[in-house]
Design a binder for this molecule. Structure first.
Ligand SMILES: [Zn+2]
Ligand SMILES: [Zn+2]
Length: 208
């Protein structure tokens, strides 16, 4: 497969106060995430004025190379709990989510939900898989019938082997950046924003 050409793109919040210019706007992977933490974080954003989340979150991994940042003073990093490893960046005007960082992304990619911001990137990547579907059930929303691998959890090493045998996953997770960022990484952006706000939400508690 030929390497995709780099194409810059912007990710902005709904109100326009915050904007990231990505050096390469090609998404590396497209997933549906059923995890209770993504759901809870987006429910919290909705309660603060953001968009109401779908039951199941459609998400894209974007390259963590940010050429330009606007609106840093409106950006807030949030952790659901003190021991949480995911860090999410919200706009404090409109509660869009610009992205999520996690150690498994190795500052090579970050996670983005196009329904919860304005993602001008190349998002034509087909759905690769569904993740953490142990946290999702019919009383939350309809069961999706997309013909892609479904992972309940990644508790077993065998499951991690299986998920990492999917090409898009191997190109996205636990992977050092192919080249140093031209701009700053999403992790470096978060570090420039100061200490995260810790919400101390009860794990799995529904906010809606
Ligand atoms: Zn905003
Ligand atoms: Zn999730």
């Amino acid at each position: 497969m030929p390497a995709t050409e780099k194409k810059p793109a912007k990710i902005a919040c709904a109100c326009g106060a915050c904007e990231l210019t990505l050096a390469d706007g090609n998404a590396t992977m497209h997933i549906l995430c059923g995890c209770e933490d993504c759901r809870q974080a987006l429910q919290w954003g909705y309660k603060n004025g953001g968009v109401k989340p779908d039951p199941l979150q459609r998400a894209f991994y974007m390259r963590s190379d940010i050429a330009d940042v606007k609106g840093r003073e409106k950006m807030l990093t949030v952790k659901l709990r003190e021991d949480g490893v995911s860090r999410r960046v919200y706009c404090t005007n409109c509660y869009s989510v610009l992205g999520v960082d996690h150690p498994a992304y190795m500052s090579s990619v970050f996670l983005n939900f196009p329904r919860h911001c304005v993602n001008g990137g190349e998002l034509s990547a087909p759905l690769s898989l569904m993740l953490f579907m142990q946290d999702y059930s019919e009383d939350i929303g309809p069961l999706p019938d997309d013909k892609v691998p479904v992972f309940q959890s990644l508790r077993f090493p065998q499951k991690i082997d299986r998920i990492m045998s999917i090409e898009a996953a191997a190109n996205t997770w636990f992977k050092e950046p192919a080249a140093p960022a031209e701009g700053i990484t999403f992790t470096a952006l978060i570090e420039s924003l100061g200490s995260p706000l810790v919400l101390n939400l009860e794990k799995g508690a529904k906010l809606l």
